[in-house]
Design a protein around this ligand. Structure first.
Ligand SMILES: [Zn+2]
Length: 320
C-alpha cells in the first residue's frame, strides 16, 4: 500500500506549485491518503479487508479504480462524495478547496472561474459542493460550550441592500444566528424569523446546558436563558466598563464582521436557499482558525463523503 501516505502538515504544504494541483494522479493519491488512511474502503458494502480489494490495472481501466471482492462492485475514491460523477479534474477540486479554506472572506465563483479555467457555472457548482463538505454538525462534534464556558449568542441580517434598485422594492433581509463559545467552537444558522420559538431548538440542541449564555437585551432570550447554567444580558448603551470585561458579546460580533465582509465584499449577494452553505463555510474557517492552511484544507477534504446532495448539475446553477 505504498500509494497511501499518512498525511501530516509536513507532507501537505499548501503551495501552488504542489503537483496535486497539476497532476491528476498525484491529486487522486492525495485524496486517497486523506479518505483512506488505512487503505481503500469499499463505499458500497463497507469492506476494509485489503486482501479482498484489488486495484484494477488494465490498459482499458481508468486510473484509481478498485474492485471489491465481497460485493464485486468497482469503486474509486470519489464514489459517495461531493465529487462523485464530476467531470471537473481532481486537480481543480483540490485547488478550489485550497483557495476557499485559506481565504479569510471566501472566494467568489467568478474568481474560481478565472483562476481554474472552468466555466462560471462549474465554478459555482463546485464551490457549493465544497461548502457542503465543510459542513460540520454539532451532532458529530458535540455541543458548544460546557461547564465554566461562556457561549455568546447574537443575530445579524444579510441581504436587503437596495443599491441600484431605486424603483424596486427593497430585497428581503435574512437572519443568521450565531453561537460562539469564547476561545472555542461556534456554529451559525439561517432562521426564517428571530423569535424565542425558532431560537430555542437551535440553542438547546447545539449548546451545552452547563454553559453560561451571553446575549443582548433582545426579548427573545430571557425564557431560553433559564434553561442554561446562567444568562447574562448585555446592555450596549449602559457604559458599565468594569462589568463589560465579562458581560459582552464581542466574540460573536467579531465573527459577524468577518462573515458580513465576506458576504458583501466577496459574494455580493447570497440567496436565501444557499445561505446555510455560506454559514457552513465561514463556521468551518472559524473553527479551524488555529490550523495551518494546509491542515485546514485536509480537514475540509475529510468532509467530502456522505454529504447530502440537493442539486444535480450546472444546469441548476443559474442563481448564486
Ligand atoms: Zn464492497
Amino acid at each position: 500500500m505504498a500509494d497511501f501516505v499518512k498525511l501530516t502538515a509536513e507532507v501537505v504544504a499548501m503551495n501552488i506549485t504542489d503537483p496535486i494541483y497539476s497532476d491528476e494522479d498525484k491529486a487522486r493519491e492525495h485524496l486517497e491518503g486523506i479518505q483512506w488512511p488505512n487503505g481503500p474502503v469499499c463505499p458500497h458494502c463497507g469492506n476494509v479487508d485489503q486482501a479482498r480489494i484489488t486495484k484494477l490495472q488494465g490498459k482499458s481501466t481508468r486510473p484509481g479504480v478498485y474492485k471489491c471482492k465481497d460485493c464485486r462492485k468497482p469503486f474509486s475514491v470519489t464514489v459517495g462524495t461531493v465529487m462523485e460523477r464530476s467531470k471537473i479534474p481532481l486537480t481543480k477540486w483540490l485547488a478550489a478547496m485550497a483557495l476557499m479554506t485559506s481565504s479569510k472572506k471566501g472566494v467568489s465563483a467568478h474568481q474560481l472561474h478565472r483562476m481554474l479555467g472552468v466555466t462560471y457555472e462549474s465554478a459555482w457548482f463546485l464551490a457549493h459542493r465544497l461548502r457542503e463538505a465543510m459542513t460540520t454538525t454539532t451532532a458529530k462534534a458535540g455541543p458548544i460550550g460546557g461547564a465554566n464556558k461562556v457561549v455568546e449568542v447574537d443575530e445579524t441580517y444579510v441581504g436587503g441592500k437596495a443599491k441600484n434598485r431605486a424603483h424596486a422594492p427593497a430585497p428581503k433581509k435574512h437572519a443568521v444566528v450565531a453561537l460562539v463559545e469564547r476561545d472555542g467552537r461556534m456554529a451559525s444558522f439561517h432562521v426564517a424569523n428571530v423569535t424565542a420559538t425558532t431560537l430555542r431548538p437551535i440553542l438547546v440542541t447545539n449548546v451545552s446546558r452547563a454553559s453560561f449564555l451571553m446575549t443582548d437585551e433582545s426579548t427573545v432570550y430571557p425564557k431560553i436563558g433559564k434553561e442554561f447554567k446562567g444568562h447574562g444580558r448585555v446592555n450596549h448603551s449602559a457604559g458599565e466598563y468594569a462589568r463589560a470585561v465579562f458581560f459582552h458579546t464581542n466574540t460573536v460580533e467579531n465573527y459577524f464582521s468577518i462573515f458580513k465582509r465576506g458576504i458583501y465584499g466577496v459574494y455580493h449577494h447570497v440567496s436565501e436557499a444557499h445561505l446555510h452553505r455560506y454559514c457552513a463555510e465561514f463556521d468551518f474557517r472559524y473553527n479551524s482558525r488555529k490550523s495551518t492552511d494546509a491542515e485546514r484544507a485536509v480537514r475540509a477534504l475529510e468532509g467530502i463523503r456522505g454529504k447530502r446532495l440537493l442539486y444535480r448539475g450546472p444546469s441548476e446553477a443559474a442563481h448564486p
